[in-house]
Design a protein around this ligand. Structure first.
Ligand code: NYM
Ligand code: MG
Length: 206
């Protein structure tokens, strides 16, 4: 059997840390360069287009309420319903640039819903796992300057909760016993272009 040849990069971070912008900048640049014959895909969880994803969208917008365990399981199920496709892309040699995954699942369920860390972790065991995780790290000064959660666009976009999520992410980054993923903290305090250069250099060194 052929070994999977694809690569799986994941960007994690609190809300408004610039993950989506950075994923898009990286993917655009790699595609322009013809990297991997253009076989580069951007994936953003939660994927809100499926039936489960639509429930999560309503939940995040505060339109419906869910028991904490149910919301956790739906986020996890949203990954599981795409697991086969993700594995297939990896088997076909794609580079996947992912915006949130199981770590967001665990971190937010712990930080926002006070669920048991171990229980949260187990629902994602067996999913295809990233080779490399980049954590977009913002300094407190930068966060204060950006005043990013003032608009409170979605559930969870609250300063104190995001701070707890950040601490949970750092804990995972320091002791990710859950997988063989490598974690790297990236200073995300610069302009989008500066952060992009950092991320691009890190990527090139892999
Ligand atoms: N989120 C995301 C979770 O609570 N669990 C998960 O498994 C995932 C993937 O959804 N506040 C939360 C984190 C975010 C929110 O994400 C929406 P985004 O990247 O802003 O669309
Ligand atoms: Mg968000």
């Amino acid at each position: 059997m052929n070994k999977p040849t694809g690569r799986f990069l994941l960007l994690e971070g609190r809300d408004k840390s610039g993950k989506t912008t950075q994923c898009e900048l990286l993917v655009d640049r790699l595609v322009q360069e013809g990297y991997n014959q253009g076989k580069v895909l951007y994936i953003h969880f939660p994927i809100r287009t499926t039936a489960i994803g639509q429930m999560l969208d309503q939940y995040l917008k505060g339109e419906i309420e869910l028991a904490p365990q149910v919301s956790h399981l739906l986020f996890s199920a949203n990954r599981w319903e795409h697991a086969k496709q993700i594995q297939q892309w990896l088997d076909e040699g794609y580079l996947l640039v992912m915006d949130r995954y199981c770590y967001s699942g665990e971190v937010f369920s712990v930080a926002a819903l006070n669920l048991d860390r171990h229980w949260c972790h187990t629902t994602d065991v067996g999913l295809p796992m990233p080779d490399q995780v980049f954590y977009l790290d913002l300094t407190e000064e930068e966060l204060a300057k950006r005043n990013v959660y003032a608009k409170h666009e979605e559930r969870y976009e609250v300063q104190e909760l995001q701070e707890r999520a950040h601490q949970e992410f750092l804990r995972l980054a320091q002791s990710d016993t859950s997988s063989c993923s490598q974690w790297k903290l990236l200073d995300a305090s610069g302009t989008p272009e500066q952060v992009h250069q950092l991320l691009y250099q890190e990527f090139k060194q892999l």
